[in-house]
Design a protein around this ligand. Sequence first.
Ligand code: WTA
Length: 635
Amino acid sequence: MAEQGFTPPTSEWYHPSADMVEGANVPDYEAVYNLALQDPEAFWANRAETLEWYKRWDRVLDDSRKPFYKWFVGGKTNMALNALDRHVTTWRRNKLAIIWEGEDGEKVTLSYWRLWQEVNKFANVLRGMGVAKGDRVTIYMGRVPEIAIAMLACAKIGAPHSVVYGGFSEQALASRIEDAQSKVLIACDGAWLRGKIVPLKDMVDEAVQRSPVVETVIVVKRTGHDIHMEPGRDFWYHDLMALPIAKTEAETEVMDAEDPLFILYTSGTTGKPKGVLHTHGGYQVHPPPTLAWVFDLKEEDRWWCAADPGWITGHSYIVYAPLILGATSIIYEGAPTYPNPDRWWRIVADYGVTILYTAPTAIRGLMRFGEAWPNRHDLSSLRLLGSVGEPINPEAWRWYHRVIGKEACPIIDTWWQTETGGFMITPLPSVGLKPGSATRPFPGIQVDIVDDDGNPVATNEDGNLVIKSPWPSMIRTVYGDDDRFISQYWEKYKNQGWYLAGDTARRDEDGYLWVIGRNDDVLKVSGYRLGTAEVESGLVSHSAVAESAVIGIPDELRGNAIHAYCILVAGLEGSDALEAELKAHVRHEVGPIAVPAQIEFVENLPKTRSGKIMRRVLKAQALGQPLGDLSTLED
Ligand code: WTA
């Protein structure tokens, strides 16, 4: 069951200009792809050679315990060594690493030297508080420079971070803290969004009450509003950073290539979110070349990935890959439309952004306000534009291309996942484009589209997207749950040893790949990844709801909108007031991104005889489509 309406392959082609191809870091996709295919291990080893290692690896790939692949076995390194330490001994120490703009107009710039010092100071603070190699640290912040500092400081001391997106609320935060067993939580007092304060610290207080494993909370002052500070538990970041212990030099922990760098929770088909585990060695090898080759990143570029650091896009393409490459990365705190719908375009013009990377939902959202807003600004610095998170509809693609890129910037549609760590299917600047297609696999990556038995499907037929060979930044496991790692990704094609992506896709007559949408119980709403189970458990945690089922319905702006069905406890009746109350409840429990667009009160739900809710049937019914095979339906 694909979530999104399928866009048929078009014959509409956009070819890159000769200048773009000739000047590109990788001018010939075909040649590099074929070369990598001949010897993928040598290909990735070559990429790894461009980084620093305390000790070189003995083996590129160990596949003796499939699917628990190991990369760069025996190698010693640290993400912070490559993202920071190695730059400050070169001229890059004076280059800007981060340019930050707050929603309220405040500005901060950090050179590589300054960032390195701040990270060292905070690494010393964390060590001083007893955080040691291997300890998990949860980070729950807005989009402020300190989130990058916190992540890098954790990397530096070898403490895996678990960043929880600031748009999640207390229950979501509490369960992620609980799963990671973090004793230390780094947070903000609040965040600015649309001119209002998001009270992050209030949610922290509630979450910590639910997850008493947290012993220490470090609070970055951003909004400065009144908050509760628990004596002995809560400390201001700026107070700690002023202590003598916060020296500007800190030892970088020597990490094994396979030691965990971070856990990032994401939604799966069932139950609670899974902690996707990434490692220092493999994860530092894959995202950087994808950024350098796909977005043709050059030393002088100004790169703006407008995602949130709390999602994988922010981890890989705001923080780690740009810093490894020594790039200048822009971070903007707030809403794209605040105070006016041209905020983004003003940022592009003000900072001379050369590459912009965002999600289709943001483009659709800005499109609504018309061309006059972008046309008011000089966008001529832009060279390339990117898209991620969900299929981009051709209308949004064309608008992005024509109005923002002035028909001179390729639209780079990148398909990948939290689990893949970096881009997997994506054009390079030399590849011809078709609106809505992520085009071809990145060099070193082998993908296919197959039926349930593993046979390749015919041209333009729907099938399951699989990845046929391992890659360095692949998920290592689901944190604390190896069984789930296997059942979720490897069980289906265990004979073939392929990774199941969970997406439906097609390949057209030109070999171009079209990712249509999820084929499991994962929803993509405004590009955010959510599990139906998360929204459902948010609903049933309200005393009025006995049972619920959630589906995604195609939505022009958000890609999908959440529709919920609720069976109320006996004796209660649905009403507009109750619907509003349930929405507020989900907002409070899970977060604003999980609030259903609509809640329907029903008497029963279609279930299989084994009691599984058939969301497919609900969806077909909601869309007025044929209900399909109902032989397993109980009633
Ligand atoms: C979807 C986000 C179509 C897909 C980086 C995938 C896309 C899920 C694209 C992963 C794209 C991401 N075209 N669909 N260019 N990029 N997706 O883990 O369904 O938040 O499985 O990672 O987003 O979402 P995640």
